[in-house]
Design a binder for this molecule. Structure first.
Ligand code: SF4
Length: 209
């Protein structure tokens, strides 16, 4: 497994926000979002044998692993990794950009999917592997990072079509006002969650926290 870093922290965003997790940040991404805060994953990295990684995970106290990137689904051993983690009783939250097929992930009990739907401001609009939407389970969700009105309207058209089928979260991009987004959601009477990025409120844009 090609890794950028491993660290203990609190889940900073999404439906499982606030839960202590052990973060496995993998290397490489197939997308290039304009506001990416993990560009350091695009190159370099340390090759860690899967067996070493699982030994490491057996020694941690957290019940949750956040499997993130980059794009973790690019890792050759991604599925095996999640199977091994869940087989020893850990929950795995997979944070994915959504552009790769998740059919094998939804077969693994104990996995939870945080799937981005890339908004226009990312420059990667349209990268979604659309079949994934029909695969998501009750505890999975999709997440839109909202930077401006255009992003909001893009999410809105999706919400109208999908709100009864998948759980939808909106998150302001770093620097976008949370209150502005909350007021839009209330005004439009949307049945979605709005969440900030807790880790950035706590630690700013520092790595490894
Ligand atoms: S998918 Fe994530 S890691 Fe990849 S470019 Fe976009 S924000 Fe960065």
């Amino acid at each position: 497994m090609l890794l950028t870093e491993r660290f203990h922290s609190i889940q900073g965003e999404g439906k499982y926000i606030g839960i202590p997790m052990y973060f496995i940040r993998t290397n490489r991404c197939n997308l290039r979002c304009k506001w990416c805060d993990s560009t350091y994953t695009f190159s370099g990295g340390e090759e860690v044998p899967l067996s070493d990684l699982i030994s490491d995970i057996k020694s941690i106290s957290e019940d949750w692993i956040c499997f993130t990137g980059g794009e973790p689904m690019l890792q050759r051993e991604a599925i095996e990794f999640m199977e091994e983690c869940t087989s020893i009783g850990k929950n795995v939250l997979l944070e994915t950009g959504g552009s790769l097929n998740l059919a094998k992930v939804v077969q693994i009990k104990g996995t939870y999917i945080d799937m981005d739907i890339k908004t226009p401001s990312s420059g990667e609009q349209g990268s979604l592997y659309k079949e994934n939407l029909t695969l998501l389970r009750e505890n999975d969700y999709v997440k839109f990072v909202i930077s401006d009105e255009t992003d909001y309207n893009y999410a809105l058209s999706f919400i109208k079509q999908w709100e009864s089928k998948v759980e939808i979260l909106l998150q302001p991009s770093w620097g976008t006002e949370l209150k502005w987004l909350v007021e839009k959601v209330l005004e439009d009477k949307l049945n979605v969650r709005v969440l900030p990025q807790l880790h950035k409120i706590l630690w700013g844009t520092r790595r490894g926290v």
